[in-house]
Design a protein around this ligand. Structure first.
Ligand code: FAD
Ligand code: NAD
Length: 464
């Protein structure tokens, strides 16, 4: 097989890799991307997209069940709704196909060459790819590592059989009758809630003292309350020890006692780790930042001409961070003067209700020695939230006390994920409380809560 020489070689076609490659191609760079699996990486195939499709389906089913029981939207009556997860999987696969085919089209349109196979580094400029037709050697002037991340396993519960990672959980064709979720972080609570709504008995076991420990406690309280309402059992400060029988787990409770948990399946979601093994990292001289590849503000690694983007480079391991890094790196390789100057990477947790944050919380700002002004507006005072039967939660804004520059925004509530755009924009544009307070927000929308939170911080909210 003839060797390939190119300007840019991208290893991995997840959000970090494919965005780097598309943008590099658009900028006229001769680009090759290598991927052994389907284009789109974790996010499109087994992460963001399929999980949000499942969460949506579970919400829809749960709502019609509530309607059938006369517990939602007076005036609607229904009889005995049913749910077929296998049929739903086919619909979900259709969405994933459409998106991965879209990535393929975009790469082709940008004249990026796609090589199917696993890349292994020989040195910082050369990889060999085991393709279906033999070894393909690729040489490049610049290389971008975008190998992503993988689920962390527990030694006492290795993946396989009844022990599922998010990937297997998203592919089930029937909800497990009794599901134990280990880890109350993003995936555990997003998927655990969805399976509860589809009829599983769900028990969550979390080692920390509260759910979603990466978020401020006040944001997670409505989520904890909803889990109780849904009948999800949550054990905090607890650890699953392992199997005690075919469908029986043992758990160490917060008090150190042994407890048994019946389980037809266990979903282990205790975090993800960067994919730094198995592709010849040992052939390179890459400085590391803990388990991650160390990068500077231009995503350059410690080797000249070798960049890294996405989950392999650190927290937050989010698709939009990976994409933003990829877009920047393509520009840098093409000669643009760019560096990572983002004010914030918004984060959304698609729990019930949703949580969204961008920038600093009041506590973090205080810890950084900044004097703040804060405003909070409850969804119970918002017409849109009330008229859509989802008024649990609030929107909060944190600003500097001296010049009112907005430092951060947070919200919890149904549908608040869409506020992430307004949060991100306000922070990147350097908005002050007065800017958001003076902006007309359409009525009735959840966005009005943001305006009112800003006005409240200024001491003159109107609707509260
Ligand atoms: P990945 O998407 O992991 O892609 C890496 C790619 O590299 C893979 O396709 C892999 O096959 C390939 N690769 C690895 N080794 C090689 C090699 N040697 N040669 C060639 N290719 C290789 N993030 C969000 O922002 N929002 C969400 O809602 C969200 N939901 C999620 C839900 C779940 C269940 C999971 C698991 C993750 C979720 N994430 C979410 C995280 C998101 O998926 C990741 O942050 C994102 O995919 C990272 O992109 P990446 O390009 O760095 O890596
Ligand atoms: P996570 O880091 O969000 O949560 C892991 C949880 O497991 C933590 O609460 C931790 O305290 C707990 N834990 C760790 N070890 C434990 C043990 N032995 N027993 C019980 N609990 C234990 O990890 P995740 O849910 O696996 O998700 C991985 C990553 O994927 C996230 O950090 C995020 O970057 C990404 N993700 C993002 C989204 C989103 O943006 N909406 C959705 C899903 C995943």
């Amino acid at each position: 097989m003839k060797d390939i020489s190119c300007a840019v070689l991208v290893v991995g076609a997840g959000p970090g890799g494919y965005v780097t490659a598309i943008r590099a191609g658009q900028l006229g760079l001769d680009t090759v991307i290598v991927e052994p699996r389907r284009l789109g990486g974790t996010c499109l195939n087994v992460g963001c997209i399929p999980s949000k499709a499942l969460i949506h389906a579970a919400d829809e089913f749960f709502h019609v069940c509530e309607m059938a029981q006369g517990r939602r939207t007076p005036g609607i009556s229904l009889s005995a709704p049913s749910f077929d997860l296998a049929a739903c999987q086919a619909w979900k696969a259709g969405i994933v196909n459409r998106l991965t085919n879209g990535v393929s089209e975009l790469l082709k349109r940008a004249r990026v060459k796609i090589v199917e196979g696993s890349a292994r580094f020989r040195d910082g400029k050369t990889v060999e790819v085991a393709t279906a037709t033999g070894i393909q050697v690729i040489r490049a002037r610049d290389v971008v590592i975008a190998t992503g991340s993988e689920a962390v396993a527990l030694p006492s519960l290795p993946f396989g059989g009844r022990v599922l990672s998010s990937t297997e959980a998203l592919a089930l064709d029937a909800p497990p009758q009794r599901l134990v979720v280990v880890g109350a972080g993003y995936i555990g609570l997003e998927l655990g809630t969805a399976f509860r709504k589809l009829g599983s008995e769900v028990t969550v076991v979390e080692a920390a003292e509260r759910i979603l420990p990466q978020y401020e406690a006040e944001l997670t309280r409505p989520v904890a309350a909803r889990l109780r309402e849904l009948g999800v059992a949550v054990h905090l400060g607890a650890k699953v020890r392992g199997w005690a029988g075919e469908r029986m787990l043992t758990m160490e409770t917060a008090g150190g006692a042994d407890e048994r948990l019946p389980a037809d399946a266990v979903l282990v979601t205790v975090g993800r780790r960067p994919a730094t093994e198995g592709w010849g990292r040992e052939e390179l001289v890459l400085a590391m930042n803990g388990p991650f590849i160390a990068v500077d503000e231009q995503c350059r690694t410690s080797m000249r001409g070798v960049y890294a983007v996405g989950d392999v480079t650190g927290e937050p391991m989010l698709a939009h961070r990976a994409m933003a890094q990829g877009e920047m790196v393509a520009g840098i390789i093409a000669g643009e003067k760019r560096s990572w100057d983002k004010v914030a990477v918004p984060a959304v947790c698609f729990t019930d209700p949703e949580i969204v944050t961008a920038g600093l919380s009041a506590a973090r700002a205080r810890a950084a020695g900044i004097e703040t002004k804060t405003g909070r507006f409850p969804l119970t005072a918002n017409g849109r939230a009330l008229s859509t039967e989802s008024a649990d939660g609030f929107v909060a804004v944190v600003a500097r006390a001296d010049n009112h520059l907005i430092l951060g925004m947070q919200a919890v509530g149904a549908g608040v994920s869409e506020l992430s755009a307004a949060f991100g924009l306000a922070l990147e544009m350097g908005a002050r409380l007065e800017d958001v307070g003076a902006t007309i927000h359409a009525h009735p929308t959840l966005g009005e809560c943001l305006q009112e939170a800003a006005l409240r911080a200024l001491g003159h909210a109107v609707h509260i």
